[in-house]
Design a protein around this ligand. Structure first.
Ligand SMILES: Nc1ncnc2c1ncn2[C@@H]1O[C@H](COP(=O)(O)OP(=O)(O)O)[C@@H](O)[C@H]1O
Ligand SMILES: [Mg+2]
Length: 381
């Protein structure tokens, strides 16, 4: 179709039909044409704004510069907004400020210079954007909560081992303390022996405190924060926590750390430890009924400049091929006391780190789970 705006009527019809606001002003900013969409948007009657300065529709900060912009453009042709478009704000009759996209064109005719402004209201778009952002924040909070609940539940599953791990130093402390009392009661108390007993007590108390410290750190409620972390340190620490569960089931853990001691990953440390602990615990549990040596190998590797990989290898019973596809589904479990949330949470945590979690059947026995993480390239601690 070809519209030729030759007659005044078709120009008026176009202005009336336009969804966006159209305002024509002269070079001093006096409004000469205002279409219905504009009066509606700004909340004025046509007669209230016709012949007034366009500055009344702008917030004070723009309004102060407006004359300068126009003058400057007309004198120098320098464009700040004229001939271009930009997001800015407008002011309605009720003084409320709203976001808008403004494009301004220069009309040169026999009467002099006029300007046409086309205004697109961005209120709805901005609201939608805010809602979307709010939604994303809520999802992140939910993921944080879910991950936290899962960590507590993992610790719950490990509680017997943990109790054992703490009970050992407590028993030792009690034994050394009783020995010290006996020595003190007998007349011939030997200070060297007493000192040795006190040192043993201190050492054991520190050991118990370390176990509690690790558990407290792991059980903490934290906001997700991605920062450079030493990959080997993260995994060694979590392996020592898993040791508790391993010992209980007669499994040995073997750590094979990357030869890059400064391998840094850009991650939320606790969440990554949570993934590793889940995989290690699953590996340990897969060997409950195994006859031969029960061993889990935990490996950290630098795949390339941008990627690190952590893998957990077991020689357990594996899983029936038909069930492999469901492994990462929420609530899928083959254990009588399993919750089936472990791998589902691992997957969501790794996805939020732009990583990939994979499962592979070992050629001989058992399986290997691995996940990738982004390295903190160029960032040094
Ligand atoms: N290392 C593994 N070896 C064999 N099967 C595994 C291994 N890891 C996970 N699975 C299977 O995947 C299922 C889901 O694991 P997970 O989501 O951690 O839940 P849960 O440990 O509570 O069962 C397990 O019940 C098990 O059948
Ligand atoms: Mg599990």
């Amino acid at each position: 179709m070809n519209y030729e705006l030759t007659s005044h009527n078709s120009f008026a019809a176009l202005l009336d039909a336009a969804v966006d606001s159209i305002i024509v002003s002269d070079s001093t900013g006096i409004m000469l044409v205002v279409n219905p969409a504009a009066t509606k948007l700004f909340g004025y009657q046509k007669k209230e704004i016709m012949g007034k300065n366009i500055k009344m529709l702008m917030p004070e900060k723009d309004n102060l510069h407006h004359d300068g912009y126009m003058k400057n453009y007309l004198e120098t042709g320098q464009r700040k907004i004229i001939g271009l478009g930009r997001e800015t704000t407008g002011v309605k009759k009720d003084h409320s400020v709203f976001p808008m996209y403004l494009s301004v064109g220069h009309i040169k005719n026999s009467d002099g210079d006029n300007f046409v402004g086309i205004i697109h209201d961005l209120t709805t778009r901005q609201q939608q954007q805010r809602q979307l952002e709010q939604h994303e924040i809520e999802i992140r909070k939910l993921q944080e909560k879910l991950a936290h609940v899962a960590r507590i539940s993992t610790l719950g599953e490990m509680v017997t081992g943990i109790a054992h791990e703490i009970n050992q130093p407590l028993t030792a402390i009690s034994t050394y303390a009783q020995g010290s009392i006996r020595m003190l009661n007998s007349k011939a108390a030997d200070t060297t022996e007493l000192l040795a007993a006190q040192q043993k007590i201190t050492g054991q108390a520190e050991r118990a405190a370390q176990v509690i410290g690790k558990i407290r750190n792991f059980a903490k409620k934290t906001n997700i924060k991605h920062q450079p972390q030493n990959c080997n340190a993260l995994i060694s620490e979590v392996a020592s926590l898993a040791e508790v569960h391993a010992k209980e089931l007669g499994v040995t853990l073997q750590l094979q750390l990357s030869e890059h001691p400064d391998l840094l990953v850009m991650v939320d440390g606790i969440q990554v430890q949570q993934v590793a602990l889940n995989l290690i615990n699953n590996a340990i549990e897969s060997m409950t009924n195994a006859q031969d040596q029960k061993q889990v190998i935990i490996r950290t590797t630098k795949l390339d400049e941008n990627t690190a990989e952590i893998s957990v290898h077991d020689n357990g019973e594996g899983l029936a091929e038909a069930l492999e596809e469901q492994m990462f589904d929420a609530f899928f479990t083959t254990k009588s006391a399993g919750l089936g949330m472990g791998l589902a949470i691992c997957q969501s945590i790794i996805a939020s780190h732009q990583g990939i979690i994979r499962f592979r059947r070992n050629p001989d026995k058992g399986c290997t789970f691995s996940f990738t993480l982004p390295t903190a390239v160029g960032i040094t601690l």
